[in-house]
Design a binder for this molecule. Structure first.
Ligand code: ADP
Ligand code: ZN
Length: 509
């Protein structure tokens, strides 16, 4: 095993759980390996592919990813091919497969349901099924692909062939679902450590994101990625950051011509100080170990997404920074989108958003929250995240929350925070007077101590869904708002120590 590791891949030893996975697989035991990005998943099927009799059939969801894998496998002298609609040499590939001349055959999941593909497999010798990005099989996963559900009958037609499912991101729920969906026994689950100790996590409210990102770029001279939510935002940030910092900053999103994308990506990979502003389209399959910072200009889709995107920092093990700037409107928009998706997926999507809100809003160690999400039992503090480095206070703001929610309710659930703040603090401008809001019981009800908490509170209530945004930008009650009003649920927010405010709002300190 280790001889092949050295001779074929040139590696001096296994990393992490690689040997456990390979050992199971070459003994014919089906396995689900959960390994973070960069942990070396490919090796866990490529090495068995070389050692086992028969071909290893790899199911992979993206043709671009497949071709990357193909190139690196071939560079190691492994006999590999892809069988996709994009390949013109399919006949030759099938012949080689039948003749037993392939170690690896990459296919897309939709092929699995085609009857002639099953016949092809029956006419050849299959040594292993590897299912990459296996979370795609689960509706609980963040990237469900119905095609993955078609794999099971095919796998079951080859009961003697072991299955190796691989994914970087799966919470407990998704994990058990993958095991069940792909028919892998519970004892076949192998989970690699998710901790990335060299990444320093920080999550801050968004104030003036241009200024906040400029500070991050200026304080971190190495290569960095900034994720922005839309193409327009990517373009705009790339331009302003290039201008304001003098650094080389390029945009990357799916709307750019392919040659521009390829050029920008190549420039980034080769660079030692470039900043890429990108949508989440950027990063998959990119091998750049020395990314020094990953910044988010808005919330990612989920904790899984956050982990994956921030995980592109510091693959070389050197100190790196992951910093997110979030706003209440990010959560408001995400929660609005919930209503547009299929009803049976809403619950899992809502849970995903709640978990993310929990990470954003926590006063605890960020790393501990992250690792617990992935099923680990980490230490309570890590000493390398914003909350560990500068502990924040937690204040119970249930009373203020009830005042705010009550004002939302009494004004008819259609006003924005600006107006509500006037009502609550007793400012009787024309609008307040016209609507008669100065005669409400909530008019001027906030105490001096409570006033400074209002913005952070509104943000927290939106993050957890107790306040939702209406189409016209007003606020309405949602989630557990009624429970809060009735005194059945509590609300706490984190408050940074005042004198540190300024320092805390900057990145990479
Ligand atoms: P993943 O698919 O889990 O994100 P990859 O399979 O792309 O990770 O591997 C990440 C990097 O680690 C690659 O550059 C690979 O060559 C390297 N690598 C994998 N296993 C080992 C090992 N045992 N020793 C040294 N480098 C390794
Ligand atoms: Zn910590």
């Amino acid at each position: 095993m280790s001889k092949a590791l050295h001779d074929v891949f040139g590696f001096s030893g296994f990393r992490g759980v690689q040997d456990l996975v390979v050992d199971r697989v070459i003994h014919g035991q089906s396995t689900l390996a959960i390994m973070p990005t960069g942990a070396g998943k490919s090796l866990t099927y490529q090495l068995p592919a070389v050692l086992l009799q028969g071909t290893c059939v790899v199911v992979s969801p993206l043709i671009a990813l497949m071709h990357d894998q193909l190139r690196s496998a071939r560079a190691n002298g492994i006999r590999a091919a892809t069988l996709t609609s994009a390949d013109t040499d399919r006949g030759a590939t099938m012949d080689a497969f039948r003749a037993g001349e392939l170690d690896l055959l990459y296919i897309a999941p939709e092929r699995a349901s085609q009857p002639h593909f099953r016949e092809l497999l029956l006419s050849a010798r299959v040594g292993l099924f590897a299912i990459d990005e296996a979370h795609c099989v689960s509706e609980w996963g963040h990237d469900f692909r119905p095609d993955y559900r078609l794999l099971r009958p095919l796998l079951d037609a080859f009961p003697q062939v072991p299955r190796l499912a691989l994914t970087a991101t799966a919470d407990n729920h998704t994990r058990s679902d993958i095991l069940a969906q792909l028919g892998i026994p519970d004892e076949g689950l192998i989970v690699a450590g998710f901790d990335r100790p060299n990444i320093r996590y920080a999550i801050r409210p968004r104030e003036s994101v241009g200024r906040q990102l400029k500070a991050v770029v200026e304080e971190n001279p190495g290569p960095g990625i900034i994720y922005a939510p839309t193409r327009a935002r990517v373009e705009q940030l790339a331009e302003s950051l290039a201008r304001d910092t003098g650094r080389r900053v390029l945009p990357y999103h799916a709307g750019l011509p392919p040659e521009v994308r390829a050029r920008n990506q190549a420039a980034f990979v080769a660079s030692e100080d470039m900043v890429m502003v990108a949508t989440v389209a950027f990063g998959m399959g990119i091998d750049k170990p020395d990314v020094r910072f990953v910044a988010h200009a808005g919330i990612p889709k989920s904790i899984e997404g956050y982990y994956q995107e921030t995980g592109r920092a510091g693959r070389d093990g050197d100190p790196s920074v992951a910093i997110m700037f979030w706003g209440a409107d990010d959560f408001a928009r995400a929660r609005q989108r919930l209503s547009e998706i299929e009803p049976h997926r809403q619950q899992s999507e809502r849970q995903r958003l709640d978990s993310l809100a929990g990470l954003v809003e926590t006063a605890e160690c960020r790393r501990a929250v992250l690792l617990r999400h992935f099923g680990e039992t980490p230490a309570q503090t890590c000493g390398n995240c914003d909350n560990c480095l500068q502990p924040v206070g937690v204040v119970d703001v249930t009373d203020v929350a009830r005042k705010l929610l009550s004002a939302v309710y009494r004004t008819g659930q259609s006003y924005g925070l600006g107006h509500l703040e006037k009502v609550l603090t007793g400012v009787s401008d024309d609008r307040v007077l016209q609507r008669g809001h100065d005669r409400l019981s909530v008019f001027g009800i906030l105490t001096e101590d409570e006033k400074p908490l209002l913005k952070a509170l509104a943000r927290a209530l939106q993050a957890r869904g107790s306040l939702t945004a209406t189409e016209h930008g007003g606020l309405a009650l949602g989630g557990d708002a009624r429970a809060i009003l009735k005194g059945e649920a509590a609300v706490a927010i984190v408050v940074p120590p005042k004198q540190d405010r300024k320092r805390r709002s900057r990145g990479g300190d």
